[in-house]
Design a protein around this ligand. Structure first.
Ligand code: CO
Length: 210
């Protein structure tokens, strides 16, 4: 599949297929969305959110970026988070990273200045390395990458818990649960790394007072 025209043809075939199975499919889907999950994943083309969990349109609200990061100054991710929690009232927020993540691998290498914007994005992963340097620095490269991928996912889940959006929702009846998952490119399987809920004690320095 090389040409955009092929994508449009595939779209037409898909649409016709869905209507053949259920003539009212798009009419009912167009009325509203009521997803129970927010998915924050990596942009990597090999980790398509809906495909790997066999989700249908309408089931998951999705945000993807390089190395599935939750950055406290990224209004793109934060507005997706706020809308998903405050308006769509999702029950679960999932950060799903993956082994073999190019963003994490790149963060472990010296960067070239020609990619300065992407490099600034990766700096946050270098920070995760620095926070866990004692555990990581003596590991062989392959193990180091795998473990930093896991630690990066765990860090993003804590960053979600550090947002006023999640902390407020934890004080209401909604109480969304936060999940950190890692996907294996080589076997197509997801493993759970961490789950946080409203009982989780977070570092007081990140706590909002009201
Ligand atoms: Co990746």
């Amino acid at each position: 599949m090389q040409e955009p025209a092929k994508l449009l043809l595939e779209n037409k075939a898909w649409s016709e297929d869905m209507v053949a199975k259920d003539p009212g499919y798009f009419m009912s889907l167009a009325k509203e969305q009521n997803p129970q999950f927010l998915w924050i994943g990596c942009s990597d083309s090999r980790v398509p959110a809906e495909t790997i969990i066999n989700a249908q349109p309408g089931e998951i609200f999705v945000h993807r970026n390089i190395a599935n990061q939750v950055i406290s100054t990224d209004f793109n991710c934060l507005s997706v988070l706020q809308y998903a929690i405050s308006v769509l009232k999702v029950k679960h927020v999932i950060v799903c990273g993956h082994y073999g993540c190019g963003g994490v691998k790149a963060a472990l290498q010296p960067q070239k200045s020609d990619l300065f914007i992407a490099n600034q994005w990766l700096v946050h992963i270098k920070d995760v390395y620095r926070l866990n340097q004692d555990e990581l620095e003596f590991l062989a490269m392959e193990k180091k990458v795998d473990r930093l991928i896991e630690l990066n996912i765990i860090e993003q889940v804590y960053r979600l818990a550090h947002t006023p959006i999640v902390q407020y929702a934890w004080k209401t009846d909604q109480k969304p649960t936060l999940h950190g998952w890692v996907y294996g490119l080589e076997n197509g399987l997801i493993n759970e790394l961490i789950t946080l809920d409203h009982y989780t004690r977070i570092n007081p320095i990140y706590k909002y007072a009201d």
